[in-house]
Write a protein that binds this ligand. Structure first.
Ligand SMILES: Cc1ncc(C[n+]2csc(CCOP(=O)(O)OP(=O)(O)O)c2C)c(N)n1
Ligand SMILES: [Mg+2]
Length: 588
């Protein structure tokens, strides 16, 4: 990745120029940066490298942070975002926390007030390193221009090795302006950060192979670690050689093709009945690149209660964290799968189990009311999936019901084509993430499947999409409500509406007194908003118009918002209530 030839070696350079040159040197070709007083020297330097490094101006730093994540999640390369000090930096915090929970390689650079005034409550000063201490993989406050080149190298080393995560580099303005002759080859100074123990010991892999041989009801439970490790192909080979069914977490979707017979799709709170039943009854759980999140496991004691558990993860601190494991293995999961492959045989005696999984799959498919007189969210997503099947399509989502339905009904066959803020569950992720994807994949169809609440959290990024020529499409599932919260109100709070209606407070819907499946007066007018930003826009409410509307969106030359009018009474099912088990699953 490093491009040594481009580095100036005997020239006095400012800290800002060293930092930008180092980014280029590490292969960064796009970053998302919003300027301000304390980061202006960095932006000035960016203009000097504009032929090698595209700077995209988001309309909010959080948008820039999520766009960088979109870039990273869809390419596997580190995403880079930049903001000024104070409010600029704090606007990055959510995207950094999000990258931490979903293990995304993100480099966040912030401007800082000058060294002499740090700690004096100077204008636009926040101690951003302190703020972010618990949500970064590592963080730096640069105090010497001579450290800039080394710190950028370290940051790239840290985000690209081991378990990925965010690194913050806080750069005081005087360090940006000071000059030195950079030493590009200064050794890394990372005592305690070791990256040489990511290969599973052979004897542990032999134990796993022996456990597989004895198992009669094995299941593979796969997460974002498979995608981070680029191990999707190895997973497919492993499953097809052994015949073991595969279920995925929200982060793992795309790692195993949805069309495969052995695919049990997503597990967990809103996962497939068949996936959750398979976990309940399995006798061997092969947990790969996962972290036994509570949205996956529900009640921990009940999760895979009859199974021997093998857990392979690159991060030792994940092993035995939530659930005791019989064979805990620290390893790069790709290495482990490659080494396991020759050790395993096609599993014997598991045909009845495979048959059982097939029957569950037939008996409890994801389903919805096909006869509904209008457009249901599930139907809109299934149609989008059908109409985009033959082209390179990458999907991002907001957070809420639409996110879960997208996970259920959009068919994914490839890794890095599904982007969801999963661990942090950040509304507002979808549009800026799609923007970052589009910057990295100019020829792909990039669709943000969004909710009306979520879209409004970063709707200003429509301006970035338009101005930066990023033709992102938004399939807006507009139910006029914070639907997922409404669903919990309906299920657990007797339907009492508590600030979950997104229209005016004097509308009867605001207190749950509305009468129709559809809210009549729709607010706001998303088509007008889209057009105000220069994007295309259309609304659709009749089922027979949906296909045409989706095709119009797809073929539009530029960013486009398709406002799909959907009801708010629909619930995401199945559902395992928080802290419960598969036996408490709500099916209708
Ligand atoms: C930043 C943020 N604030 C609050 C929440 C809590 N929350 C989770 S889902 C949801 C409703 C989302 O509404 P919308 O985007 O319209 O999606 P829908 O559920 O209606 O499909 C809320 C408020 C959140 N996840 N993120
Ligand atoms: Mg909504």
């Amino acid at each position: 990745m490093e491009k040594t030839n481009q580095l100036a070696t005997s020239q006095l350079l400012s800290g800002a120029d060293i930092l930008v040159q180092a980014l280029v040197h590490h292969g960064v070709d796009t970053l998302f940066a919003y300027p301000g007083g304390a980061s202006m020297p960095l932006h000035q330097a960016l203009t000097r490298f504009s032929d090698q490094l595209r700077t995209i101006l988001p309309r909010h730093e959080q948008g820039g942070g999520f766009a960088a994540q979109g870039f990273a999640r869809s390419t596997g390369k580190p995403g880079v975002c930049m903001a000024t000090s104070g409010p600029g930096a704090t606007n990055l915090v959510t995207a950094i926390a999000d990258a931490r929970l979903d293990s995304i390689p993100l480099i966040a650079i912030s401007g800082q007030v000058t060294l002499p005034v740090i700690g004096s409550d100077a204008f636009q000063e926040t101690p951003i390193v302190e703020v972010c201490r618990g949500i970064t993989k590592h963080h730096y406050l640069l105090t010497d221009v001579n450290d800039v080149a080394r710190v950028v190298r370290e940051a790239f080393h840290i985000v690209t090795t081991g378990r990925p995560g965010p690194v913050l580099i806080d750069v005081p303005k005087d360090v940006q302006l000071e000059k030195c002759i950079p030493d590009w080859d200064q050794p890394l100074d990372l005592p305690g950060y070791r990256v040489d123990h990511y290969e599973a010991p052979q004897e542990q892999l032999e134990q796993v192979a022996a456990a597989i041989k004895r198992a009669r009801r094995p299941v593979l439970y796969c997460g974002g670690g498979i995608i981070a490790a680029n191990a999707s192909q190895q997973l497919q080979q492993f499953s097809s050689k052994t015949g073991i069914p595969v279920t995925m977490t929200l982060m793992g979707l795309g790692a195993f093709p949805s069309g495969e017979e052995l695919c049990l799709d997503m597990l967990g709170m809103h996962g497939a009945v068949y996936a959750n039943k398979a976990i309940r009854d399995c006798d061997l759980l092969l947990a790969l690149g996962v972290r036994f999140d509570d949205r996956v496991t529900g009640k921990l004691e009940e999760f895979a209660r009859n199974a021997k558990i093998v857990h392979i993860d690159i991060d030792a601190s994940e092993l035995n964290k939530n659930k005791p494991t019989h064979i805990p293995i620290v390893s790069d999961v790709k290495y482990a799968l490659e080494e396991l492959l020759p050790l395993v045989e096609p599993c014997e005696g598991i045909e009845p189990w495979q048959q059982q999984c097939r029957e569950w799959k037939e008996q409890y498919p994801f389903s919805y009311d096909q006869d509904f007189d209008g457009i249901l969210q599930q139907h809109a997503i299934a149609e989008l999936s059908r109409l985009t099947r033959d082209r390179e399509t990458i999907v991002s989502v907001g957070v809420g019901q639409h996110q879960m339905w997208a996970a259920q009904f959009f068919k994914l066959d490839k890794p890095r084509t599904w982007l969801s803020s999963s661990g942090l569950g950040t509304m507002g992720f979808g549009l800026p993430a799609a923007m970052g994807v589009q910057a990295a994949h100019p020829d792909a169809l990039v669709v943000d499947i969004d909710g009306d609440g979520s879209l409004q959290m970063n709707i200003q990024e429509l301006a970035t999409c338009f101005c930066e020529k990023l033709p992102v499409k938004v399939l807006l599932l507009n139910n006029q409500h914070l639907g997922m919260v409404v669903q919990w109100e309906d299920r657990f709070m007797k339907g009492n509406r508590a600030h979950t209606y997104l229209g005016p407070i004097d509308d009867p819907e605001a207190t749950g007194q509305g009468k129709d499946a559809f809210v009549e007066k729709r607010y706001p007018d998303f088509v007008q908003i889209a057009k105000g930003y220069g994007c295309g826009g259309a609304a659709v409410s009749r089922k027979q118009d949906l296909e045409g509307a989706i095709n119009e969106m797809i073929s539009y030359d530029g960013p486009f918002v398709l406002d799909v009018h959907v009801p708010y009474q629909e619930h995401v099912l199945p559902m395992i209530p928080s802290g419960m088990s598969v036996d408490d699953m709500i099916l209708e």
